[in-house]
Design a protein around this ligand. Sequence first.
Ligand SMILES: Cc1ncc(COP(=O)(O)O)c(C=O)c1O
Length: 329
Amino acid sequence: MKIFSADEILQKLLESKNPYWDSYLAMYSSLWGGVVTDPGLMLVPIDDHMVHRGDAVFEVIKCRYGRIYQFNAHLERLKTSAEAVGIVPALSFAEIKNIVRETVQLSCVQDCVIHIYLSRGPGGFTVNPFESKSSQLYVVVTKWQPLPPRFYEEGVKVVLSHIPVKPSFFARIKSCNYLPNVLMKKEALEVGADFAVALDEKGNLAEGATESIGLVSADGYLKFPQFERILKGITLQRAAFLGQKLKQKGLIKDILFCPIPLKEVYKAKEIFLFGTTVDILPVTLFEGKTVGAGTPGQIFRALKTLFEQDLFSDEVSEPIWQTSGEKRE
Ligand SMILES: Cc1ncc(COP(=O)(O)O)c(C=O)c1O
């Protein structure tokens, strides 16, 4: 077996080409204290406990039209997740925010997805988190990739998941322990569906692999599962806020966070998935049964429009470039 020199490996990394690298724009690593833009160099050490134990927390944020959407809400959830598992970042959250902003600026695009990882850090290969000497921050910026138009035009197919649902404590932390979520996505795609959603142990609606869920009940309420059992979805919380406008217009009776039993799901007028990269998606086929009229409904269209407008709201969306003079061509 050949033993490679550092130079040989560097050359290999720089020469390698993979089609999926096309969308990788920039990576910050706190191990280097800077950014690389060559995808071959976007690496994390294997002894970081993030790699061999999933011992890390993360966030995915979108930047659209040069504005980072729900930046503070995502950083706040990153902090909550880190605190829940005792990961103590070496940087303050104000520093993390600046690093994220700069990494996006260096990507030189207006539309992208920002992936932030706060790891336990490198140091040994056991399960013992105290082996790691210092938590690390990795920020990866990838190109914004629109979803297939049919998702919005025709709606998506959802099936019920058979993967054991995460216990509440783990469901509420956005950690890199996403094997159940991965298997949910796998099972959906294997049966020709777009997404899978889980029920909790009481048979109430929980969430998708990386999506929150909500519906308009047969009697006209906009309903969401309670946050005790699921990740506190930032998009879902915003949908509940934006939904107030629909209530004022008399399009829905009210907005409720409550247990949603499966039998109510089958009678729903509309069902939606929510998430950072999907915003809101209409579900038109749920476990083989047509939802409502089988086409994206009125409340979907109203919420989608509100989400599109929200991308420009100063309250929840921050320009990448703080002042106009700062912008590079
Ligand atoms: C398990 C899970 N539920 C829901 C969501 C949607 O959350 P958000 O709207 O904050 O992206 C995600 C996001 O990735 C997720 O991983």
